[in-house]
Structure formats: C-alpha cells, structure tokens
Design a protein around this ligand. Structure first.
Ligand SMILES: NC(=O)C1=CN([C@@H]2O[C@H](COP(=O)(O)OP(=O)(O)OC[C@H]3O[C@@H](n4cnc5c(N)ncnc54)[C@H](OP(=O)(O)O)[C@@H]3O)[C@@H](O)[C@H]2O)C=CC1
Ligand SMILES: O=C(O)C1=N[C@H](C(=O)O)C[C@H](O)C1
Length: 247
C-alpha cells in the first residue's frame, strides 16, 4: 500500500515515516512538509495519507485527500464538532474514501479514555490533567478534550449533575478550563512527552487513571494499524478504539 506522510519533518511525522518504512506491506512514497505541494501526493500515487501537521493546516489537507480519493489517517488535533461536520460533508461526495481521525494513537491512551468513560458514572467529582512538552501547539490536548466529552456524556446518561465546586477563582484560570463541563488542566513542562491523569472522587475514596507516553514510538502501532485498515472503513471514524477489539 502506497503511504504518504504530511508533516514529515515534524516530531510525529518523522516518527511516522520511520514506522511506515519498517512496516510490512506499507510503502512510503512521499514525505511532505510545509513548503511542499499537495499535488505531489497525486504524483506519488498515494493511497493513504498520514497527517501530523498543525490544527490550522489539517482541514485543507483533508479536503484535498477526500477530493482526490485518498484515504486519510489523521493525528493532528483541533477537531471541533463543527470541523468534523465539515469533513462529513466532503465525504458525502466521496463515499469510497475512509478517514480516521484519532485524538490519540497509543493503545494505552485509548484504554485510559475507555476506563474513564466506564468510571464516570460512579463518581460525582472528576478533573482531567494533561501534561505535555512545551512545544505543543495547542491546549487543552485533543486527548483531554475527547476524554472530557466522553466523561460528560456518561455523566449525563447517569443523571449526574454538575461537578461539585464551591471555590471562587481569585485568579482567572486557577481552576483550569471547562470542557463539556469537566475541569481540564494543561501542564507544559520540558522533559515530558505526552501524559494524562483522570482524577475521580466519591465518598471517602478517589480513583486516579494515568497514562504516560514516554516516546513518540508509543503512537506508531496505532498509526500503522490505521494506515492498514482505513481503506476498508469508508466514511469518517473518530477514535482508534473503533479499529480495536476492546470488548
Ligand atoms: N493523535 C496522536 O496520537 C498524536 C497527535 N499529535 C498531534 O500531531 C500534530 C503535530 O504534532 P508534532 O509532530 O508534535 O508537531 P511538529 O510541529 O513537530 O510537526 C508538525 C510539522 O508539520 C509541518 N506543517 C505545518 N503545516 C503544514 C502543512 N500545511 N503541510 C505539511 N506540513 C505542515 C510543520 O512545519 P513548520 O514547523 O515549519 O510549521 C512541522 O514540520 C499536533 O496537532 C499534535 O497535537 C501529536 C502526537 C500524537
Ligand atoms: O502534541 C502532542 O504531543 C500530542 N498531541 C495529541 C493531543 O493533543 O492529545 C496526542 C498526544 O497527547 C500527544
């Protein structure tokens, strides 16, 4: 299968190029970065594109891929519900194209999100803390936003009300941000790669879920799986869990 990587000179893109080159059955036909032309994807005959670029660039890239019949595996963050709807709209005119958008490609992080979703209905209190390297483009992380949305949906289904909090913020931001009504805190620290804690609190007990990506190689089995499978899954899939047998 002919695979191209967008953002090939970046931290994730470079790792993805190495992973594709090492993977049986995948052939790296192009590695493009910010100064290259998307038309090079057509010239290279790419069947699957892997995108690790920037939230400001990814939509244009995706639109090009969909309009040119190229399947896409997307790790780049910044996908609001409105952006996802835009992608669905483009895919409506290209029913054979598959797009996988995964907030996190590491299996451990996918499991952490699933466990958080399962735990959510049992605890009135919850907070998410994401910790990343200081060169990360955005906050909160895509993983934290997705985790908060999953927790929020589970809380709503269980009839839980607001997260209890009587604190008045003396300084704006002291209590973090609210994503789907779940408090989310973003740490940026040299020495870190990608980490997240989900803290639950109930009657005289707490539960902490923590996931650590120690290196970007942790994302690569998921990226390679995505590249192998995306062509068999037309339409939009959000989350690597849909490509894994978690049940
Ligand atoms: N889903 C997941 O599992 C993971 C997702 N990510 C996400 O992936 C994205 C990239 O992260 P990271 O690799 O650390 O970032 P980097 O900044 O290291 O890499 C991004 C690369 O993309 C290039 N780029 C920017 N715009 C374009 C464009 N239009 N076409 C081609 N290349 C472009 C950048 O060039 P320049 O620097 O010159 O702008 C840079 O080389 C982020 O959104 C991050 O959150 C990261 C890790 C895991
Ligand atoms: O920028 C990163 O590094 C990461 N980005 C993704 C995110 O925003 O969730 C995935 C992972 O946390 C690493």
């Amino acid at each position: 299968m002919k695979v191209a990587v967008l953002g090939a000179r970046g931290r994730m893109g470079a790792e993805a190029c190495r992973a594709v080159e090492a993977a049986d059955g995948l052939d790296l036909v192009a590695g493009l970065d910010v100064d290259d032309q998307l038309a090079d994807l057509r010239a290279a005959g790419a069947e699957v594109v892997i995108d690790f670029t920037h939230p400001d660039a990814v939509l244009d890239n995706l639109r090009f891929c969909i309009e040119n019949g190229i399947n896409a595996v997307v790790g780049t963050t910044g996908f609001t519900p409105e952006r996802l709807d835009q992608v669905r709209g483009w895919l409506a005119d290209a029913p054979k194209v598959g797009v996988l958008i995964a907030p996190n490609f590491s299996v451990g992080a996918v499991l952490m999100m699933r466990f958080a979703e399962q735990a959510a209905r049992f605890f009135p209190s919850v907070e998410v803390i994401e910790l990343h390297h200081p060169r990360k483009a955005d906050a909160p992380s895509g993983t934290a936003a997705r985790t908060a949305e999953l927790i929020s949906a589970a809380r709503q289904q269980a009839g839980l009300g607001e997260v209890p909090d009587a604190t008045t913020q003396e300084v704006a931001g002291a209590r973090g941000a609210r994503v789907a009504d779940v408090p989310v805190h973003s740490v940026r620290l040299s020495g870190l790669v990608a980490h997240q804690e989900v803290l639950f609190g109930g009657e005289d007990e707490t539960l902490t879920l923590r996931h650590d990506s120690m290196a970007r190689t942790s994302f690569m089995p998921g990226v390679v799986l995505g590249a192998r499978m995306v062509g068999e899954r037309p339409g939009l899939t959000v989350g690597l869990e849909h490509y894994l047998d978690l049940d």
